[in-house]
Design a protein around this ligand. Structure first.
Ligand SMILES: Nc1ncnc2c1ncn2[C@@H]1O[C@H](COP(=O)(O)OP(=O)(O)OP(=O)(O)O)[C@@H](O)[C@H]1O
Length: 220
């Protein structure tokens, strides 16, 4: 089967006349992990929100295999993990999981300790890290073909980081993933290729040492 291809192109974003993204391009194939790096405030979260459809830019093209997508959150072809916790407080974990997890993924999802340990609780009874792990699991096991993950490594402990990298590689078997985080070594470790967002445009990074030339890291 030919892998699906997500393409975002010509993305231009301004906030109150300040240009954030200038004709940005990024793409991702089913079966690959693309790591998105960039300094604070360069527009990484905005770019993911635009691809997902919750932020309206001046111009965008977002498509899968040439089919233009508008509000990707409504047809669930793309799933998005926002930078901050997204599950409202007071929801029953098992009920919200059944809404978010893909039917064909449920069997694998319901065996995950990140779900079984908390399935009889409410979202406000979990710690920040427990909630983050649950939110990540729900996105990873969603029915979407493509995942956009904003800072999944932030706020989770080292052992959880290793667990999450394994989960990402498992999800990659059937999905395409764009992931951003300032824990750049984890991003480099888990990604098939790296894209740097710098001065409003994306640049492919072939050698991690280029990240020094662009001033993203001092040493690598
Ligand atoms: N709703 C908004 N109104 C005005 N400016 C905004 C808005 N959202 C974001 N910005 C600005 O746009 C720029 C890009 O923000 P964005 O959150 O996309 O950056 P980021 O690369 O994800 O940053 P970080 O790595 O710090 O999370 C920042 O300068 C931010 O202050």
């Amino acid at each position: 089967m030919v892998p699906l291809s997500l393409k975002a192109d010509s993305i231009t974003l301004e906030f109150k006349g300040r240009k954030i993204l200038q004709d940005v391009h990024i793409d991702c194939q089913q079966g690959e992990i693309v790591g998105l790096l960039g300094r604070n405030g360069c527009g990484k979260s905005s770019l993911l929100k635009i691809i997902f459809g919750t932020l309206k830019p001046i111009y965008k093209y977002v498509g899968i295999n040439g089919e233009v997508l508008q509000d990707n959150f409504s047809d669930r072809r793309i799933a998005y993990l926002p930078q901050h916790n997204y599950l409202p407080k007071g929801l029953k974990v098992d009920e919200v999981a059944r809404l978010m997890v893909g039917q064909n993924q449920w069997g694998n999802f319901e065996r995950q300790p990140g779900y079984t340990d908390y399935k009889n609780k409410r979202t406000d009874q979990l710690s920040g890290g427990e909630l983050r792990r649950l939110e990540m699991l729900m996105v990873l096991y969603s029915p979407a073909d493509f995942l956009l993950l904003d800072e999944p490594f932030t706020h989770i402990s080292p052992v959880m980081t290793d667990w999450f990298k394994e989960q990402l590689l498992e999800a990659r078997k059937t999905k395409g993933i764009i992931v951003t985080d300032h824990q750049y070594l984890n991003i480099i470790d888990v990604s098939d290729r790296i894209v740097l967002l710098n001065n409003g445009v994306t640049k492919p990074i072939v050698d991690p040492k280029e990240l020094m030339q662009y001033g993203y890291v001092k040493n690598i």
